[in-house]
Design a protein around this ligand. Structure first.
Ligand code: AHR
Length: 486
């Protein structure tokens, strides 16, 4: 028997609003022909697609990380401001960057989508001086060369970007300007110092391991943190999962994700103790998603090529739901998490050039996560039937996370058993008198089906007004209750 007993007064942590963030990179059709398509019939006077803005706004995203990703490691932010916008070779994805869209356009788009920017500096080919100048341009009120240039460009008020990534995946041999942990740690520390001298109100995120397969994991994180501990605020980790062929193993990818987060938490605690520090550092999972890494690139040096356009199935969305539950249950240490990415490139929103925009299967669990995952994550007692996976012969079939928001109790559950239905007993006796509100169910007997331009609503979760606790094989559900009379 599966049982989830909920304790209303035992709180793991309050979710940080920045847990519900995302990511847009100058990559493929994320920016060009994604959020920005001036000739589209739905484009506004800025060239932004209004249908995409509406879909983004519905996701209620807090921060959007920009402009990369791998792109940032050879990007000169000055190419994207003012009148003169040079066309450059873009080396991370071997495409052509026109620089028609830059940081000011991004800030305009952020306003329209009610999101805030999480900016990244170039620590591949860029210098700490470039980083300081960028902050001066964006955040300084005025009276200096760079801040007055911003005003000349039409932005009287500073953009006031508070959250900054110190480069991207600098442990990876695919990164332009890859560094060793020690080299990167020293460079990141000095970058963070100079940036905070320009604007002491900012927070910085230092690059941690790009994934758990890196040979340098988790030593990279220890060395980098030892160099930077007192000068930075968050450790960035990235993680993508894909189906290697065994569906039952893939759907429980959350096991690995949880281990990764826990290892990083231990590493942070180790360095804190080693440094005799009073300071706390938290985790920014600033890239996470399902990504098949099986791209066929047609040719080099195209502008806005159709790359990384994964079309997500129901199974992908179920696996994705397990990652969401894991992020919630680690809300004490994970304060920022960016779904990578947002539009077209491994994304919940897909656009057709000159055509429609539609929701991929993963859009729905993310929507519930962002709408109902805010509040206090509660401790629960979990009892689950076991299934056999590559992780363990005793893998839990049922995983869950429970969030208390004012008087609402939101229960996220994944039945990861792909062979059998599972009945879940919800024990709310410690919570008090409750009233069932609604339930959303994501399930399909065909795990492979997707949404598409031709069938944009092929997969849509069902809303139920009567509680269903028998969960079919491979089901994600959100069950909502209200606490009565408090
Ligand atoms: O999100 C796609 C790419 O994945 C990013 O550019 C990079 O940081 C990561 O490897």
């Amino acid at each position: 028997m599966n049982k989830i007993k909920i304790f209303k007064d035992m709180v793991i942590a309050e979710t940080d609003p920045r847990l519900f963030s995302s990511f847009l990179e100058h990559l493929g059709r994320a920016i060009y022909d994604g959020i920005y398509e001036p000739l589209h019939e739905n484009a506004d006077q800025n060239g932004f697609r209004k249908d995409v803005i509406d879909l983004v706004k519905d996701l209620n995203i807090e921060y959007v990380r920009y402009p990369g990703g791998n792109f940032v490691s050879n990007y000169d932010w000055k190419d994207g401001i003012g009148e003169n916008r040079p066309t450059r070779l873009e080396l991370a994805w071997k495409s052509v960057e026109t620089n028609e869209f830059g940081i000011n356009e991004f800030m305009n788009w952020s306003k329209l989508t009610d999101t805030k920017a999480m900016a990244a500096i170039n620590l591949g080919t860029g210098s700490i001086k470039d980083a300081a100048e960028m902050i001066e341009y964006l955040n300084h009120p005025g009276g200096t060369y760079w801040s007055d240039l911003r005003k000349e460009h039409g932005f009287e008020k500073p953009h006031d970007i508070k959250l900054w990534c110190l480069g991207n995946e600098m442990d990876g041999d695919w990164q332009v300007g890859q560094l060793s942990a020690l080299e990167y740690g020293k460079k990141a520390r000095e970058a963070s110092k100079i940036m905070k001298l320009v604007d002491s109100s900012i927070e910085t995120v230092v690059v941690g391991s790009s994934n758990t397969m890196q040979k340098t994991f988790p030593e990279w994180d220890r060395v980098v943190l030892e160099e930077t501990y007192e000068n930075v605020d968050y450790l960035a980790i990235h993680r993508y999962y894909w189906n290697e062929g065994v569906d039952q193993d893939f759907i429980v990818s959350h096991y690995d994700f949880n281990n990764f987060i826990q290892t990083m938490k231990s590493t942070i605690n180790y360095v804190k103790a080693y440094k005799r520090s009073d300071k706390d550092i938290f985790i920014s999972v600033d890239e996470w998603n399902i990504w098949y890494l099986n791209d066929v690139k047609l040719k080099d040096w195209e502008q806005a090529p159709k790359i990384l356009e994964d079309n997500y199935s129901v199974l992908d969305a179920l696996t994705f739901s397990g990652l969401i539950i894991t992020l919630l249950n680690n809300a004490d240490i994970v304060k920022i998490a960016c779904l990578a990415q947002l539009v077209n490139v491994i994304a919940p929103i897909f656009t057709e050039k000159n055509g429609i925009a539609f929701k991929q299967t993963i859009y729905y669990p993310y929507y519930y996560f962002s709408k109902y995952g805010r509040g206090k994550v509660l401790n629960t007692y979990n009892q689950s039937n076991k299934i056999k996976t590559k992780y363990s012969d005793e893998t839990n079939a049922i995983i869950s996370s429970v969030v208390l928001n004012d008087k609402d109790i939101n229960i996220f559950i994944l039945n990861s058993d792909l062979k059998q239905s599972q009945t879940v007993l919800l024990d709310l006796s410690e919570v008090g008198d409750v009233e069932f509100i609604e339930q959303f169910i994501l399930h399909d007997e065909d795990l492979a089906i997707t949404n598409s331009v031709k069938k944009p609503d092929n997969v849509v979760p069902a809303r139920k007004l009567e509680l269903e606790t028998v969960l079919e094989p491979g089901t994600f559900t959100l069950i909502r209750y209200k606490i009565k009379g408090e």
